[in-house]
Design a protein around this ligand. Structure first.
Ligand code: HEM
Length: 413
């Protein structure tokens, strides 16, 4: 096979992500030879691929110079794709200072370490229930029956959404994140799928919002419904988008860290034995799982002025894509980056981003992953793969749709 060079790598074709998973070899070539690389190909609009840890940190910490934009991630030009400036949602991830901070402040308190600690018992209970659901069998689809259930249940309970509606939340957030995947989109184009999911989400949330304005409770839906930005209620489009953002972000990422994490343990039995021998390693394991899986592949930024990165000139209006999984395997930052090591310390991964848009849900995701892997280590007596992984067709979120496993699980202590 011909050696990879920056000009021959493909890091955005979503079909390649389905077939081979993350292009770690390709990112390594870019980090080594062209860390600020002008990616120009026939099937996409040109952008700068940023692949080193230090450069992603540098860009993320300058939110005035590198704006967040409507188009959250770069992809190939496919028929039926939304135009780059199509506003599917208007939410934190495509807002900029000072508006961004004013919006983020509305819900921030619920997601601080202290806000999230209050959820520990609830997360423990839900995790145990989810595992009870597969205890009497020896095979399951780990994604749909375990990994997807915890984050969905937690965010839905935080919102005060009744259990009968959780399946709908799951279906709509899959459509929003995987509109290019036939299993989620059916016969519709990407844009049609996004618009239909948005319409159904908005219909649901407008009723929920109305209810919480009449009967406020101590839940996230009430906080948003009655939230103010600069002293005024949120405009309807931004309000509905905020609901959708939290449901989608709360659902789609932790799920993939959980599935990818278990897969990493199956492939690295010594690390699994280590965690089983000492479940108090779950906190470090959760960080390493997130570094290793880096569920968000990329977010974009747009330069607001002419500038340069490491001496490479960037023009105002240029788009940049920040490839987090690449940063998290950067040899300049991590000792033996290609080794899955749950005792890794320090672990300066940036899977949750960094700077202005640092993941709002990071404390929640950490707690969910810690509780899940602690309970799995305590209860799973054996686990192995029972068939191939099915990956989502996306270059934005590294989604695992199905993951058959064979196992023996102990009842709850
Ligand atoms: C392993 C799980 C997760 C990963 C890897 C992850 C990753 C990320 C990343 C990379 C960003 C963007 C950083 C940037 O643009 O600079 C982000 C932002 C965000 N995340 Fe997460 N996330 C996870 C879980 C969650 C959860 C559970 C929630 C729950 C609500 C959440 C809500 C958000 C929100 C609202 C933002 C936008 C923040 C802003 O723009 O200010 N995330 N996340």
């Amino acid at each position: 096979m011909a050696a990879l060079t920056p000009d021959t790598v493909d890091i955005i074709d979503p079909d390649l992500y389905v077939r081979r998973g993350y292009p770690h070899d390709e990112w390594a070539v870019l980090r080594r030879e062209a860390p600020i690389y002008r990616y120009e190909r026939a099937n996409t609009d040109p952008f700068w691929a940023i692949t080193r840890h230090a450069d992603i940190v540098n860009v993320s910490r300058q939110p005035e110079l590198f704006h967040s934009i409507q188009r959250l991630f770069v992809t190939i030009n496919e028929e039926g794709s939304p135009a780059p400036d199509e506003a599917i949602l208007r939410q934190l991830l495509n807002m900029n200072p000072p508006e961004h901070g004013a919006y983020r402040a509305i819900v921030n308190r619920r997601f601080t370490p202290r806000g999230v600690q209050g959820l520990r018992e609830q997360i423990d209970r839900i995790t145990a229930e989810v595992l009870d659901g597969i205890v009497d069998r020896t095979e399951c689809d780990f994604v749909t029956e375990v990994a997807a259930r915890l984050p969905l249940a937690v965010i839905a309970e935080m919102f005060g959404i009744p259990r009968a509606d959780w399946a709908m939340m799951f279906r709509l957030s899959n459509m929003m994140i995987g509109p290019g995947d036939a299993e989620y989109a059916g016969d519709e184009t990407i844009l049609e799928t996004l618009q239909r999911a948005r319409m159904e989400f908005f219909q649901y949330f407008s009723q929920l919002c109305e209810d919480r304005r009449q009967n406020p409770r101590d839940d996230l839906a009430s906080v948003l419904a009655n939230g103010l930005v600069n002293g005024a209620p949120l405009p309807i489009f931004e309000l509905m988008s905020y609901f959708a953002l939290l449901i989608i972000a709360g659902n789609e990422t932790t799920r993939n860290a959980t599935s990818g994490g278990l897969q990493a343990f199956i492939e690295n039995p010594a690390q699994w034995a280590r965690l089983k021998g000492d479940p108090s390693m779950a906190a470090g394991a959760a960080e390493e799982i997130v570094r290793w899986t880096s569920p968000v592949i990329q977010f974009t930024r747009k330069a607001t002025a002419d500038t340069n990165l490491c001496g490479v000139p960037i023009r105002a209006g240029d788009e940049l894509a920040l490839f987090y999984p690449s940063a998290n395997r950067d040899e300049a930052v991590f000792d033996r980056p290609g080794v899955f090591d749950i005792g890794r310390n320090p672990n300066r991964h940036i899977a949750y981003g960094i700077g202005e848009h640092f993941c709002l849900g990071a404390n929640l995701a950490r707690l969910e992953l810690q509780v899940m892997f602690r309970q799995l280590a305590e209860r799973l007596e054996s686990v192995e793969s029972a068939g191939p992984l099915h990956r989502m067709r996306s270059n934005f979120v590294g989604g695992i749709k199905h993951m058959p496993i064979r196992y023996r699980m102990r009842p709850r202590a």
